[in-house]
Write a protein that binds this ligand. Structure first.
Ligand SMILES: NC(=O)c1ccc[n+]([C@@H]2O[C@H](COP(=O)([O-])OP(=O)(O)OC[C@H]3O[C@@H](n4cnc5c(N)ncnc54)[C@H](O)[C@@H]3O)[C@@H](O)[C@H]2O)c1
Length: 407
């Protein structure tokens, strides 16, 4: 169901000369267990449809995993050469990137992924490896790269605090040199360039909600600065290339996003809560739980990124869901949804306790997007409810826990 209570059968829209519509079920089949997409939760009544993606079988005795490679690919649109774009996605093996890859592949475009697999994994896009429209290149964006392309989605950058703090200098190099290299490529090839910036450029904001005119309140020397300031300078570089070299640029300021394929152990609040609740462990809330967060579901973000890329808007655009939850309330909601899915699957619901721990430094108290620019210039607004997205994630992680691919 979407936010208006109507069944959500497709995502995307036909705008700015670019049709990004695909059936939701075609996407779900790429990340959810077939028992949730083909029939009843217990596997009965399964429709005889194609099982997509390489299948993995985990053997707990030998702690080994066997992959069966794919013999057929999900069907993709056949586009006339005039409409088929050559699209480069840096960081395409990560959480957001892999969903963007799925969408653009199903739409029939030529997609090349550049990734050094620091936080991403080949398994997120392995269902496309070998497809004539798809290429996967192991490459670090800190080094230059040359390819002919029409559009560049520049996502490469670790996005969760433990990952970007793991090697702060490398995060800064990726943000600065990686963006410099990709802008250089856009300049040479005349490709349109979109960077995934972040709501973190607003720091610990003094205005609520944050619109794109707000310059932010960032601590330049704190432990989050390698990411926040990295993205800020990446935006500066982007607009310098626009002014100086007429590169066509797009800047998406993304707010908290969640969905299947998020790394379950990178400390982001949604995945933490879902995994803890699925295992019946204590659910950890940092601080007093009164701090608020807003969460957008991945399909909405992909809609927004594609619309922005193909629109004429070159100013920064916020993409986020403005429904605010206190972290404490959100933990309770996740616990209820996990228990609901466990009951539906015929299991005894696990009972988790919500526990409170000290807040890490520089963690913003409040963050909520003002999406009016996205609505006005892209006609974009989030369609998915947070509850629907959480339920999808619960099913995704549940299958992974069951088959042993996460522990
Ligand atoms: N997920 C969110 O809530 C969110 C919010 C705001 C902004 N963003 C931005 O969206 C983008 C994608 O985020 P995500 O959540 O998918 O993160 P992610 O960590 O899952 O994906 C990042 C990808 O970039 C790759 N990468 C990192 N450094 C690289 C390098 N030097 N060279 C090549 N590849 C490299 C990683 O291996 C990974 O595949 C990032 O730019 C992030 O800053 C995400």
């Amino acid at each position: 169901m979407d936010r208006a209570g109507k069944p959500l059968t497709s995502v995307g829209f036909d705008k700015f000369g670019f049709d990004s519509t695909v059936p939701v079920d075609a996407l779900r089949a790429l990340y959810l267990s077939p028992r949730y997409t083909n029939g009843e939760a217990d596997g009965s009544n399964a429709k005889q449809t194609l099982v997509l993606g390489p299948q993995s079988t985990y053997d707990p005795a030998s702690k080994s995993i066997a992959y069966t490679t794919l013999t057929s690919f999900p069907p993709v649109k056949l586009l006339p050469p005039t409409q088929k774009k050559r699209i480069l996605i840096t960081g395409g093996a990560g959480f957001v990137g892999s969903h963007l890859v799925d969408r653009l592949m199903l739409l029939g475009h030529d997609v090349t992924v550049l990734d050094n697999f620091f936080t991403g994994s080949k398994t997120t896009v392995s269902h496309w490896v070998g497809h004539p429209n798809f290429e996967l290149v192991r490459h670090d964006v800190v080094e230059s790269f040359m390819i002919e392309c029409d559009q560049i989605y520049h996502l490469a950058c670790p996005a969760s605090p433990p990952h970007y703090q793991f090697n702060a200098v490398k995060t800064l190099k990726t943000s600065f040199m990686g963006t410099l290299n990709m802008l250089g490529l856009a300049k040479r090839t005349k490709a349109r360039f979109l960077i995934t910036s972040t709501s973190e450029v607003y720091g610990d904001p003094e205005v609520h909600p944050q619109n794109e005119e707000y310059w932010g309140n960032v601590n330049p020397i704190g432990i989050r600065a390698c990411y926040d300031e990295g993205k800020r300078v990446a935006e500066t570089l982007t607009y310098s290339y626009q002014r100086q070299d007429n590169v066509e640029v797009r800047v998406a300021r993304i707010f908290n996003t969640f969905g299947p394929r998020m790394n379950p152990y990178d400390g982001r609040v949604v995945s933490n809560f879902v995994i803890q609740a699925l295992k019946g462990e204590d659910m950890t809330v940092y601080g007093d739980g009164k701090q608020t967060r807003s969460f957008q579901y991945i399909h909405d973000l992909v809609d927004g990124l594609i619309a922005l890329m193909n629109s004429e808007e070159s100013r920064p655009v916020n993409l986020g869901n403005a429904d605010e939850f206190t972290v404490g309330d959100f933990a309770e909601m996740v616990r209820e949804i996990v228990q609901k899915v466990q009951k539906e699957d015929g299991e005894i619901p696990k009972q988790s306790k919500i526990v409170y721990k000290p807040m890490p430094s520089d963690d913003p108290q409040r963050r909520r997007p003002d999406n009016s620019r996205a609505l006005q210039v892209l006609g974009w607004h989030p369609r998915c409810t947070v509850a629907m997205g959480v339920e999808e994630m619960v099913r995704y992680y549940k299958a992974q826990l069951a088959d042993g691919t996460i522990a």
